[in-house]
Design a protein around this ligand. Sequence first.
Ligand SMILES: [Zn+2]
Ligand SMILES: [Zn+2]
Length: 202
Amino acid sequence: MKIDTFTGGLFETNCFFIEEAAILIDAPQEAAEWLRKTGKKVSLLLLTHGHIDHVFDAAEIEREHGCKIGLHRETIPMVTDREFFRRFGFGLEVEPVRKPDFLIGETESLEINGIDFQVLDVPGHCPGSLCFFDKKERVLFGGDVLFAGGVGRWDLPGGDRELLFSGIKTKLFPLGDDVKVLPGHGPATTIGRERQTNPFLS
Ligand SMILES: [Zn+2]
Ligand SMILES: [Zn+2]
């Protein structure tokens, strides 16, 4: 499986394009431009969560690619309400997406475009925070839950430290030490490395 990574925007947010499935995971600022330049065509955009740095280019990509957008129910207001982030004091608006119509929740099996994902709902960084686990490749697209040597912030609106830590330990760790984690920020890691060395979790 070929996965291309692009990092964009002020917060250096990662997005991932799974070539064979034409699936893009997250839509940071400048992702639309990167897709244009590299000639990639997106059939489905999956959002790990609704924070503005992950959804910034979602509407533009939806418009240009005519793709579906798969997201958690709790992410909908963050991508459809232009003023959502302003109300929390961020001086940013998000361009609303038109059809947030493909709702995703926790499930053992979500088969899309030939890939079989297990989907884990791990709130605590953000309500409606999804991790997409490609069972065959044993790769976890984790969003802002577990980072190399860190975890997602829990001090933003809707954050909850206990939920975050218990979600990582009870849902992500059991996936197996060999699982590769592709997080929303920073370099790739593995479940095993974080289970053994992550200062927040030991
Ligand atoms: Zn986030
Ligand atoms: Zn983020």
